[in-house]
Design a protein around this ligand. Sequence first.
Ligand code: ZN
Length: 347
Amino acid sequence: MTREFRKATVHTGTRVSRSSKQVKGGALGTETEKTPNLLTVDVEDWFHILDSAEAPDRSQWSELPSRVEANTDRLLQIFADAEVRATFFVVGWIAWRSPGLVRRIAEAGHEIASHSFWHELVNYHHRDSFRADLATSKKLLEDLSGQPVQGFRAPGWSITPEQTWAFQILAEEGFQYDASMVSGIASHGGFHSPYMGPHTLELPDHQLVEVPLPTFGVGRWRFPYSGGGYLRLFPYSLVRSAAQKTRKSGEPVCVYVHPREIDPEQPRMENLPMLRKFKYYVGLKQTEAKLRRLLKDFAFVPISEWIASHPEQIAKRRYSIDRFPEPVPESSRVPPDPPAEVLQGTG
Ligand SMILES: [Zn+2]
């Protein structure tokens, strides 16, 4: 590891005081204390549905009733109850519309990271639009939170082997880690991580730390289990036993949740295709209870803290990428640069 990781938490939260050294052992006792797991939230609203003609266009977003603030505040309370801190990957557009929300997350002692500005699939971008989207989201989130933004997660895990150029731009824009790989099946393609846990991604002129989603095996397939639709669909006993298996292999479990997933009352997009509807709305009533059980059974820290306290483990596992195909987006789908006024008056 040539890079030094800074702990992103600049505010010492008033409600949450445990540090990574004081995490509780949970069901796995002392083993968990040595290497806690990773708790993450993708902060987006109920209408941020990827790659669907039926979902509202970005020009309509401001007209829709927002539920993200109330839902994220509930997550903050759940985390405070469990005395745990997390990494919040915030969509830049949400930060722009709800700056107070970003401040509240940071003031509670959590890490702020980027989930892009427009929440668009990476393969819709060309290099310049991706760079503008990233840089704007990073600057906005840093201005609002007072923290360095070190991490990124691609919407829909959409960095595939055809979008490796995105890793280079992330490193060039000053990101220290990426959390977009999956070591199994992902709905928007995904990049099959060679490791189940955090490792070093070697690029020709840079390094990034990669923090993938863990998976479990069924026959020759591997499925994620630790968040989103998987956590909503699978019984808690399956999630817990898959997590214990990942832990036994020496890796932390990266859990992810969206604010809308604890909101059974959210508006439904009835015109989505059947399978998409199932994927977005299955198990909404049980998610909060499953999340609370996970927080009770396992110990968690924000990603930047885990990286800062495990330099050797990350340095030992290395994966190099030397193929960088040029992006070929359909011109009609390339997202616009974020509006210029986004960065005015955020300081
Ligand atoms: Zn997302």
